[in-house]
Design a protein. Structure first.
Length: 476
């Protein structure tokens, strides 16, 4: 990366200057002048686009940033990046520097934004959540990839699903990433617990009331089990906004933004959504606040409470079963027989609802390795290593050829998740969403903590109007 090479040149100049201090005045001046000239030449070489690798024969370094949830070198992305690099045709010219960010989703978004904004810390390739893409494009952090994809056969010949491409295209109509994965959400439920509670082992709720009725049955008949778990706090970030609030809100028939592009800040649908969340906690159907209002809540549910059979239902992504596979963070061989996956029903019946998102491979605007980064993207997206990586996370592939892989198509829950995409909604491609979403999280947490739905909604209305302007909000 540029910052390393320029830094090396400056360091060399300083070292030469210090070494010359033991010599006479003329030799000192000569050494300093020579070192300064070499440093200036190195910097000019970088400014003109000529890499130090070309002038010294050393390898350039490609830095990749991605989210690590604590698995380290066992994380599927880490394995995928390393293995793909070994097959990359440019590995003899380019070193791979993996720079994961360990933390919650909120931590990751914050730290990535800081890195992208600073040319001295910016990576050359970043795995970016598609919801964050509009905001980062607006800030000028990402490279327009139109010229690159124009010559990328797989992008133009139908290999990538057209519907999924939309998540990597900004409001200006240009491409700013290659979609790595997409996903679907629903309700995971434990069949054994359901049987003990007198509920059907093959369960598909038709309305929100069916979910609440199931919670009541579990609480009464299996009292040592948490009936229902959903992301509910600020600490779990976008998981609270998308996988809880928006899964419910969109099931009412209403969305975050109306047809005129204005943010809906007060409505009966918002009240109904918050009331359902309030019902979960006021009736004792949810986990304790100490469990759910912290950044590790999602991992606690997925890796501890579900495999330990301490929770009956979890509203979460279809991909979380990857935690229970042999190579997952919490292996649980029996999960295929014990767990079921149901579609989330609309509020009063009439169909199901899912929110979809995914991750994209994007190139920061401050990278000085853009050509190499896109070439590596193409390598990363080649099956079978690409397919294996998506499977390891339980996500849905974005390439049709990967979906045809027998190992992928035979995965137990992937077919169900893929079917849900037909009725999927995506978060608004609005650059203000990444800020508004924090107000959603605050609103949900306040209800979970005891604030009335109406009071929480009123505060949300005030907060969003302050963010986007009074002229950009509406009440229904």
């Amino acid at each position: 990366m540029k910052r390393k090479l320029i830094g090396a040149a400056i360091a060399a100049a300083a070292a030469a200057s210090l070494a010359a201090c033991s010599s006479g005045s003329s030799s000192t001046e000569s050494a300093q002048t020579q070192a300064q000239t070499e440093a200036q030449t190195e910097a000019e070489s970088q400014d003109s686009g000529e890499s130090a690798a070309e002038t010294t024969g050393e390898k350039k370094t490609l830095t990749v940033t991605f989210k690590d949830d604590g698995q380290g070198e066992n994380h599927p992305w880490y394995v995928w990046l390393k293995n793909s690099y070994e097959q990359w045709g440019m590995k003899d010219q380019v070193e791979l520097d993996l720079a994961p960010i360990t933390g919650s989703e909120s931590d990751y978004y914050t730290k990535v934004a800081l890195q992208l904004a600073d040319a001295n810390t910016c990576p050359d390739l970043v795995i970016e959540d598609t919801f964050q893409l509009p905001n980062d494009v607006s800030a000028g952090y990402l490279t327009n990839l139109d010229e690159y994809v124009a010559d990328y056969d797989a992008w133009n010949d139908g290999t990538y699903y057209e519907a999924i491409k939309a998540g990597s295209i900004a409001s200006d109509g240009s491409v700013y990433g290659i979609p790595y994965s997409t996903d679907a959400r629903g309700i995971w439920y434990n069949k054994e617990i359901f049987k003990q509670a007198g509920l059907p082992e093959e369960w598909q709720p038709e309305s929100w009331q069916d979910i609440l009725d199931a919670c009541a049955a579990v609480k009464e008949n299996v009292p040592d089990v948490i009936p229902f778990w959903c992301n509910s706090g600020v600490a779990t970030g976008e998981a609270t906004s998308m996988q809880t609030y928006e899964m419910l809100l969109y099931g009412t028939g209403e969305q975050l933004i109306d047809e005129d592009g204005k943010w809906i800040v007060k409505s009966q649908a918002i009240l109904d959504t918050l009331q359902f969340i309030s019902d979960i906690y006021t009736n004792g159907y949810g986990p304790s606040l100490s469990l759910v209002l912290n950044g590790q809540a999602t991992n606690t549910a997925r890796r501890e409470y579900i495999p330990q059979q301490k929770v009956a239902m979890v509203m979460d992504g279809a991909w979380i079963y990857a935690n229970w596979d042999d190579t997952g963070a919490s292996p649980w061989p029996e999960y295929k027989e014990i767990m079921g996956f149901a579609a989330m029903p609309r509020q009063n019946g009439g169909g199901t609802i899912t929110m979809s998102g995914g991750w994209t491979l994007s190139i920061p605007a401050n990278s000085d390795m853009q050509d190499e980064a896109f070439d590596f993207i193409k390598q990363l997206m080649e099956p079978p290593l690409y397919t294996e990586s998506v499977m390891a996370q339980g996500s849905i592939v974005t390439r049709s050829d990967a979906a045809e892989d027998e190992a992928y198509s035979s995965q137990m829950f992937l077919a169900q998740a893929t079917e849900l995409l037909e009725g999927a909604y995506f978060r608004p491609q609005n650059e203000q969403y990444s800020v508004v979403t924090t107000s959603i999280q605050t609103m949900v947490e306040s209800v979970v903590s005891g604030t009335s739905p109406e009071e929480a909604m009123n505060q949300y209305a005030t907060d969003v109007a302050r963010i986007v302007g009074d002229e950009n909000v509406v009440e229904k």
